[in-house]
Design a protein around this ligand. Sequence first.
Ligand code: SF4
Length: 379
Amino acid sequence: MKKDFSPTLLDFGPLKIYLARHFGFCYGVENAIEIAFKTVEENPGKRIFLLSEMIHNPQVNADLQAHGIVFLQDTYGKQLIPFEEITADDIVLIPAFGTTLEIEEKLKRIGIQTEKYNTTCPFVEKVWNRSEAIAKKDYTVIIHGKPKHEETRATFSHAASNAPSVIVKDMQEAKELAKYITGEKPVDDFYTEFKGQYSEGFDVEKDLQRIGVVNQTTMLASDTQAIADFLKQVMIEKFRPSDPEERFADTRDTLCYATNDNQTAVSGMLEADADLAIVVGGYNSSNTSHLVELCEEKLPTYFINNEERILSANEILHYNFHTKEELLTTDYLPKKEPVRILITSGASCPDALVEGVICKLAHIYSVKEKMEGLERSFI
Ligand code: SF4
């Protein structure tokens, strides 16, 4: 059945909110959180560690920490607690992003049962399976993803165990990689330009003859498509194969259903005639920043992590993920009525935070009672 991606209109009179049809928590995140809390409940007195942030949402992570869960690494892989301090009696949860084979091996050597407390999302595992399938057919795996993101590091580790692999973070890097395929750039430059993004023993001359693309599950669908199309074309022009598949593995992207649904719902929401958009989510959340990117193309967009960032009717604190800084903007609400606002949130954002934002706006427009009435009609 065709899915409906039109937004839901919450009409409060002077304030009209268009809520994306699909937003917020995905299966992988819900599953990971459920396992984490169940683990706490079933293991009183045990030390419970999480390899790194469970998901990219500060509230959820703070909640887990409040329940006694301790993080072993920060989101960039920096060790917060040395592995030497972990014993076989401890529990170590693997987050929804998955982890590298090296870390898994390290934990196993300590005696940790990694399978029992593994919350890796099945959609991330699907990417690993896809890269393995590509590798088996002798293609090099090109991973479109953020090189420092936990999920991409995990995917890279799994892919590299089966085939030569390289990470490209965007079209610009894909274009640079293409210059090594065509021979425009000297081979040696590759190793500096892609430092930390290629597998051990990568041979530029040998390993860029047959390639396939997989991607981090939360990238922007159009970006991944453009990169795959571009690299395919480069391979066709360079090698002129009778069948493109001789040189380029023809597979679909490996974005997960939540990324696809949330991005398509944003496109549906953007069809509404609105004044501004508010995107709620953790500032280091990849999937949320892509929703922001889509909205920014069309209208003023404010990326906030909770309702407290809406300081008043005149001021909002919001995150610019391009420059990685929080900014204060004044007069963000147009002086007219009704005001039309689009709202969505990332896959790692609890729905309660979206509700908080709607409540805050309802308060600003003095329509809180209408909102309460709406809540009752939903019950
Ligand atoms: S965003 Fe997708 S891949 Fe990531 S945890 Fe959610 S469902 Fe899984």
